[in-house]
Design a protein around this ligand. Structure first.
Ligand SMILES: Nc1ncnc2c1ncn2[C@@H]1O[C@H](COP(=O)(O)OP(=O)(O)O)[C@@H](O)[C@H]1O
Ligand SMILES: [Mg+2]
Length: 254
C-alpha cells in the first residue's frame, strides 16, 4: 500500500485535571494511507471526535505523536500547521457550521480567503465546486435558507474548494433523513473513488461505516478492533467482543 498520509504513535488526550481529569484517548497507534477510506466507529463518548480533531490538527494531543506525510506535527510552527491544515484537509461536520450572515458562495470560498486568493479566483473556484455538487443555483442564497441536504452539499463544496487530499467527516449524515444521507454518502464516496481523496469518517451509522474500506472500532478511548473490506448492506458485524481479539481492556484482562 502507499505511504501513510497520517500516522499516530501512542496518541493520548486528557481533558481537565485533578478530580475532573478524563482520559479521552489512551494511547493510539495506527496509520491512514493515502487514498484510503476509513471509518472511526464506536459509541457516543468513546473518543471519536477527539481523535478526529487531533488527526485534523484542530487540537493538540496531551502526549504522543501525529505525523502528516511522515513529519511529526509538533515539530512545526503553529502558522505552518494552520497552513497545512487549510491546504491538506477538508471538513464536513454534522452541525454544518455555516455562517448565517454570508451567502452560500461566501461560505464555500472561506478556505480560499484564508489561503489568500483573490476575489475573482475565489469566486471562479467556488462556483466550480458548487456546480460539481449541483447547487450552483443557490450560490447567492443565505446559507441558512436551505434544506439539511442542501446545507451538507454546501459543506462538502467548502471542504473541496481547496482541493484537499484528506476529507474529515464527523457524523456527516447525523442530521439528515435516510434518503438525503444516501445522497451525501454517494457524493463523499464518489470523491474518494474519482479523485482519490482520502476519507476519514466518524460515524455510528453502520451503512456508512460499511462503505469504508477499513473500520477502526473505538471503545473508552482505545481502538479495540479493526475491520477491513467494504461491507455490503446488512453484513456489518458491530457486535465485536474485544476479548475475542485478545485486546486487553482497561482492567488488563484479555
Ligand atoms: N472539551 C472537553 N472537556 C472535557 N471532556 C471532554 C471534552 N471533549 C470531550 N470530552 C469527553 O471526552 C469523551 C470523548 O468525547 P468525544 O471524543 O466527543 O466522543 P465521541 O465523538 O465518540 O462521542 C467524552 O466522555 C466527552 O465527554
Ligand atoms: Mg463525536
Amino acid at each position: 500500500m502507499s505511504t501513510p498520509v497520517l500516522e499516530t504513535e501512542n496518541l493520548a488526550k486528557v481533558y481537565g485535571r485533578g478530580a475532573s481529569r478524563f482520559d479521552a484517548l489512551k494511547g493510539l497507534t495506527f496509520e491512514i494511507h493515502d487514498g484510503e477510506s476509513v471509518a472511526i466507529v464506536g459509541k457516543s463518548g468513546s473518543g471519536k471526535s477527539t481523535l478526529m480533531h487531533l488527526l485534523a490538527l484542530l487540537d493538540e494531543p496531551t502526549s504522543g505523536v501525529v505525523a502528516l506525510d511522515g513529519q511529526p506535527v509538533s515539530q512545526l510552527e503553529p502558522k505552518k500547521i494552520s497552513r497545512l491544515r487549510n491546504e491538506t484537509f477538508g471538513f464536513v461536520f454534522q452541525q454544518f457550521f455555516l455562517n448565517a450572515n454570508q451567502t452560500v458562495l461566501e461560505n464555500v470560498t472561506l478556505p480560499l480567503k484564508i489561503a489568500g486568493l483573490s476575489k475573482a479566483d475565489r469566486h471562479a473556484r467556488g462556483l466550480e465546486v458548487l456546480e460539481q455538487l449541483e447547487i450552483a443555483d443557490k450560490a447567492k442564497n443565505r446559507a441558512t435558507d436551505l434544506s439539511g441536504g442542501q446545507k451538507q452539499r454546501v459543506c462538502i463544496a467548502r471542504a473541496l474548494v481547496n482541493r484537499p487530499s484528506v476529507i474529515f467527516a464527523d457524523e456527516p449524515t447525523g442530521n439528515l433523513d435516510s434518503t438525503t444521507s444516501e445522497v451525501v454518502e454517494d457524493i463523499l464516496f464518489g470523491l474518494h473513488r474519482d479523485q482519490g481523496i482520502t476519507l476519514v469518517v466518524v460515524t455510528h451509522d453502520e451503512d456508512l461505516a460499511g462503505r469504508c474500506e477499513r473500520r477502526l472500532m473505538m471503545q473508552d478511548g482505545l481502538i479495540v478492533a479493526e475491520e477491513h473490506g467494504v461491507v455490503t448492506e446488512g453484513q456489518l458485524d458491530t457486535t465485536f467482543d474485544p476479548a475475542q481479539l485478545g485486546v486487553e481492556d482497561e482492567r488488563g484482562q484479555a
